[in-house]
Ligand binder design. Sequence first.
Ligand SMILES: [Zn+2]
Length: 585
Amino acid sequence: MTWDLEVLYKETALWEEDFEKMSLLAEKFASYKGRLHESPAVLREAIEASDALERLSEKVYCYAHLKSDENTSINANRARVDRVKAKFAELAPMESWFDPEIMAIPEEKMNEFLASPELAFYRRSLEELLRERPHTLSEPEERLLGSLSDVLCSSSNTFEMLNDADLDFGKIKDENGRSSVLSHGTYRRFLESNDRETRKRAFTKLYRSYNKLRNTFASTLDGTVKRHVMGAKIRHYNSALEAALSGDNVPEAVYRNLIEAVHAKFDPFYDYMKLRRQMMGLDKLDMYDMYNLLLPGCRKEYSFEEAERLVKAALEPLGEEYGKVLSQAFSQRWIDVPARKGKRSGAYSSGCYDSYPYLLLNYDGTLNDVFTLAHELGHSMHSYYSNKHQEYHYADYEIFVAEVASTTNEILLFEYLFKNAKDADFRAFLLGHIADEIRGTIYRQTMFAEFELDMHEAAAKGIPLSADWLCERYGELNRLYYGSEVAPDELISLEWARIPHFYYNFYVYKYATGMSAALKLAKNLLEGDPAKREAYFGFLKAGDSKDVLDIMRDAGVDLSTPEPVCDALDYFADVVKRLRKELGK
Ligand SMILES: [Zn+2]
């Protein structure tokens, strides 16, 4: 029930050896400084030296952070993480010259380099870097910007401090009449309560706290959005959106298609809201009626052995070989299963090129926990296949595709449980679960994405993002997305104030495109066509060896068209229809 970190380092003395070795590798890498233009062979050696340093650094960090997460109260374990971070900070200046020096190689010479056999393998990653050349400034300008980078992040740092450290929501009365602390952590739990008054109390108290600080929160958000807009302008991009998407080489159309496709399919969402309202016996829903379980009586408990069996059975459409590797996750002890005092909360999949793709869980036996197991195994299996089939240089997949394998597994689990569910109530319970997942990941994140775009476009026109502007626009979008079945408390128009993702620079749309892709791929896998399954494995094995849109297209999903999102929302419409049928409504 715990993970085996000894295969990574049998004893800490070996870890210490690698820790020391990092400095040697950094020195070796630094010895190439000023020499990259000499020849393709020298540039290749330098890239290899850089990779060797990075690869070892990841291994050293991986062990330190996993060991620390096992029990965060053990000082020696925490200290190891701090030491690695300090070491990274010390080594960073020895590495920062690399990319600018490559970009400084004159274009003609670089073209010769790129055509040379020595650099054939690294050509893709060099071209990725060179795509940035038109957006790179002169050396003194870059140095100036670099020296300001900390200062430029201060408004988002202020947001974090305010939101996570200083903001105090106080206490509320819980469903048992006890006075209970309201925090970011407990808020979600209160919203899942089946007592509507408790939900309302938590919602009201939380947003009233934000309301008191609305101008401060508006100013931190305004500062961050301005930084994105200015940064894009300084680097000769047409817009902040174009700048943010350029890293993944994703055209703006993907982002705009997503919003357009969702706008065309509000009806199934409104229909789901209506059904939710009917099931709760209300005249109107409020925004605090979104997270409570619709059929709480259907809750079941699952032992971990049961969860393992269900997940393995649900993932059978991925074939025998996948099943064998999946079994290793359990037999080789990739997973730290139970909740313990001192253990890091939540769940994740984490590892490096030279380790198992480990999973941390806090397994408590709920249906959600079974879905979490399937989800995190999706991440780990994706890492396993990419690490196995790619050289280190191209193994690490991008965030854009990172949630696809995990979500595909969740959908396969849902379809498996649904098919094998004996009674209508439990089938409805499962349908409610998946409907809420899609609502939260596609509709809600697209609403966030649209709001982000609006903010940046307004800022580009010189409109200051005041609290009033933000509340008005957010309230408007919220009404549009949730429709007439929901009569929202006015306080929801302050939700922008508490979402950390609005500081991430066009990040959340990837959740929505990722889930749309996953729904299509899960459907392909369930059809049982070997060619489609092979295409899926192409994605699992691809790592970062191709552009994200190409990886997805080759796997069977063309995200440059609105079709996958439309199909995903048709699937959602079907889920709602099935839910209605099971409930006899
Ligand atoms: Zn995930």
